[in-house]
Ligand binder design. Structure first.
Ligand code: 0O2
Length: 277
């Protein structure tokens, strides 16, 4: 048998996981920048351990030369959502991406596994550019809610502990917990709009305050300390009112003031240049 350079084989999978995590993080940032609700709450990823690959090959009777084709989750990315409804949105986003080609869907939400496992899996093809040229590999993307993830992580540890033979009393508890997770997700969906509104409004307040503070800091270079102090006092007064509309009004007004100071300081700069000529 040829020598198998495992770390060399797994390197492109590591690259794919790193790249995709980065891309999904950027997507989250983009949603935040546009003040939009992001259906992605958290992104993680891993390359399957060599032990786990060998176990799966043995279980599925896969030979070494078929390993990369048949073990589809060597590279795994997990996307955690807040609400069940977000899972479909994330799946749509993924299927429209030009860098991922979906080859198979395993919908364990509509078709819950006997174990109680619920998650939405997308098997995709992804191209990584290695020093030996482009290589297309399988990446499994698992999409699930925080509650589903909590259950799956716990059950996975128990499967490991009992080597797949979970005792009945523990199994019954796990089945009860799986049902509780379904209820929890559906309760959260019922108040989804309200939770989303609250989160968007707190993010909006955060970015308004960041913007205002940066504008005030910039004003220091354009006008007198006395003027900036007056503007800053007004900001604290408006902030204490705890009224979002007032904060937006103040933010927009401050923008106009900053633009006027900027135009004035540009004119003064031009005047100075002319005098020097
Ligand atoms: P690890 O440690 O995550 O790598 P199939 O042949 O299609 O029936 P296959 O090939 O295992 O099954 O694919 P599937 O069902 O999509 O499973 C891939 C991964 O999903 C698993 O990887 C788990 O991470 C997760 N998963 C699937 N079923 C269960 C389950 O019942 N409980 C939990 N906790 N996770 C599950 P690995 O290789 O099992 O493990």
């Amino acid at each position: 048998m040829d020598i198998i350079l495992w770390h060399q084989i797994l390197a492109p999978y590591e690259m794919a996981v790193d790249e995709l995590i980065l891309k999904f993080h950027h997507m989250k940032d983009e949603y935040a920048r546009y003040g939009k609700y992001c259906p992605i709450e958290q992104v993680t990823g891993r390359v399957k351990s060599i032990t786990s690959i060998l176990e799966k090959m043995q279980k599925k009777n896969v030979s070494m030369d078929r390993m990369e084709d048949e073990i589809e989750d060597i590279a795994g990315v997990r996307i955690i959502c807040q609400f069940v409804e977000d899972i479909e949105r994330v799946a749509q986003i993924i299927s429209r991406r030009s860098d991922l080609r979906v080859t198979e869907i395993k919908d364990y939400i509509r078709n819950q596994k006997e174990s109680g496992y619920r998650s939405y899996h997308m098997i995709t093809k992804y191209v990584v550019n290695t020093i030996n040229g482009p290589k297309e590999i399988n990446v499994e993307i698992q999409i699930r809610t925080m509650a589903m993830d909590f259950w799956a992580t716990t059950e996975h540890s128990l499967q490991y502990k009992y080597q797949g033979k979970i005792p009945e009393r523990v199994g019954t508890r796990l089945a009860n917990a799986a049902n509780a997770i379904i209820s929890l997700d559906s309760e959260m969906s019922a108040v989804r709009e309200e939770i989303m509104d609250a989160q968007l409004s707190s993010k909006m307040k955060y970015s308004l305050v960041e913007d205002i503070v940066s504008t005030i800091e910039n004003l220091y270079t354009m006008t007198t300390t006395r003027e900036v102090e007056k503007i800053q006092d007004e900001f604290y007064r408006v902030y204490q009112e705890d009224n979002m509309e007032e904060l937006i009004r103040y933010h927009d007004q401050l923008d106009l003031i900053a633009q006027a100071y900027k135009a004035q300081s540009n004119r003064q700069g031009d005047g100075r240049k002319k005098n020097e000529e």
